[in-house]
Write a new protein. Structure first.
Ligand code: GLU
Length: 464
């Protein structure tokens, strides 16, 4: 097999949500799995709706998720001359003809067909045939160029998701491939690009499945065999509607801001329409090692935020502590808190990460180290009592005397206090947590305290 070349071809007309970016993940994974090339192409021919800001957001989202492209971004608007040259070639070879049917005539034709319960389609009035006399060319109409769709027979492809698809050519009317002002249309540009970029596998949303037979015809007219197609089923939101901004989808980068790990999101999205046995949790390296086009799901996948959180939590557990420290430091920065991503922060991440689904939750837990948190009145009332108070005072004195501030020494001080005052561990440990961390539960308390500055702990115990 020649080298695999895939592409992601977004239209920069809005923001990019998880459903959209899955159409980048799969071609990326397939290119990486095969030592191939992943191309980024920006389909910006809808000039009114496209913007550079939308392109930047797409690139930012891909970068965050680590979906690095090898070639591009190529912008369709910068390739107009190329499309026009290829169009001229098709005109020359007789694949294309001018059609002078006006908008009003097209509308009337459509209405007639609908009234007869026929599928509305262009009727080939201007298509030249041997022996056919064409109507006189109207002066006032600038023609579109139409592609001569082969008549009779069908177009067939073996879709990697949907299986064999066969469309009768009689279903397809003659596609407009250039507008009256000479600009080429979408389905034509895509084919020229896929040829020029030597794309071997087109992996895209199944909203394009109707374009595929038309595109295949243009490929063949240009003397090129079409690529392999894989049309991915829609991603539905939690309400079962097609995921979209209008239906409340969030932009991809919002998941970063909400504390999801890129590897967690990649894992979740990979499973949303592809499987490797029963494996739910896998690394990026495993995805690349396992990914193929034979296990793409056929039915629409439904987004489930709770599942995404769970997948992310599993990635939090195995995430490198220094990496987590960097992400938590960024979270703190967005809260106006400057916390360096140093070894101490990494140690805190190591201690707390098991109980967190996101780096936002992790930052919430670690806040106690950097801000004076006010314990709740209810916790104070419940846990500061006649039994715990003397124990806390005794412990504070012991802690103040400790020659070295580390978990074993702190643990010893706690044990000694418990033994001396005949209290149970929770009677001391819970109020201790409440006063120092404003929480009733934490990881082992001596490990939590050891990462505090000693004076901070003593100060927080001063209230007793
Ligand atoms: N630009 C199209 C879209 O954003 C994708 C076209 C394709 O992948 O062929 O839906």
């Amino acid at each position: 097999m020649s080298q695999v070349r895939t592409r992601f071809a977004p239209s920069p007309t809005g923001f990019i949500h998880l459903g959209n970016i899955r159409s980048a993940l799969y071609p990326w994974a397939w290119a990486r799995a095969t030592g191939g090339v992943f191309v980024l192409r920006i389909e910006d021919t809808d000039v009114e709706r496209s913007s550079q800001a939308a392109v930047d957001v797409i690139i930012e989202g891909m970068k965050w998720l680590g979906l690095d492209h090898d070639e591009g971004p190529f912008y369709q608007m910068q390739r107009m001359d190329r499309y026009k040259a290829v169009l001229a070639q098709l005109v020359e070879q007789g694949w294309v003809y001018p059609c002078y049917m006006s908008m009003a005539e097209l509308d009337a034709l459509r209405e007639r067909q609908m009234a007869n319960k026929e599928k509305p389609r262009y009727d080939g009035t201007w298509r030249p045939e041997p022996g056919k006399v064409l109507p006189p060319v109207p002066e006032s109409v600038k023609p579109v160029l139409r592609f001569k769709t082969p008549q009779g027979g069908s177009v067939v492809w073996d879709d990697k998701v949907k299986g064999r698809i066969e469309i009768s050519n009689d279903e397809l009317d003659d596609l407009v491939i250039a507008r009256p002002d000479g600009t080429p249309t979408y389905n034509f540009c895509v084919v020229v690009d896929d040829i020029d970029m030597r794309i071997t596998h087109v992996i895209r949303g199944d909203d394009h499945v109707n374009n595929t037979p038309r595109q295949i015809h243009v490929f063949r007219a240009l003397g090129v065999e079409p690529p392999v197609y894989a049309h991915l089923p829609t991603v539905l939101n939690e309400q079962g509607e097609k995921m979209s901004k209008r239906h409340g989808a969030k932009p991809v980068t919002q998941y970063r801001d909400e504390g999801y790990l890129a590897d967690g999101v990649v894992n979740y999205l990979a499973r949303l329409g592809w499987s490797h046995g029963d494996d739910e949790i896998f690394s990026r390296e495993q995805l690349v090692a396992w990914f193929n086009l034979d296990h793409l799901g056929r039915s629409a996948a439904q987004f489930d935020e709770a599942k995404l959180r769970w997948v992310n939590a599993q990635h939090m557990k195995v995430c490198d502590n220094a990496v987590l420290a960097g992400l938590v430091s960024t979270q703190f920065a967005s809260r106006g808190l400057s916390v360096p991503a140093d070894a101490r922060l990494a140690a805190m991440c190591a201690l707390f990460k098991d109980r967190c689904s996101t780096t936002v939750e992790l930052a919430d837990w670690l806040s106690a180290y950097f801000v004076d948190m006010q314990p709740s009145e209810a916790d104070l009332a419940q846990h500061l009592n006649a039994v715990s108070r003397p124990a806390l005072v005794a412990l504070r004195d012991r802690l103040a005397e400790l020659p070295s501030w580390d978990a074993p020494s702190i643990q010893q001080a706690i044990k000694n206090t418990i033994g001396e005052l005949k209290v149970k561990m929770p009677q001391l440990a819970i109020p201790l947590r409440v006063l120092v961390c404003a929480r009733t539960q934490t990881p082992p308390v001596e490990a939590v305290l050891a990462l505090f500055d000693k004076n901070t702990v003593l100060k927080r115990l001063q209230v007793i």
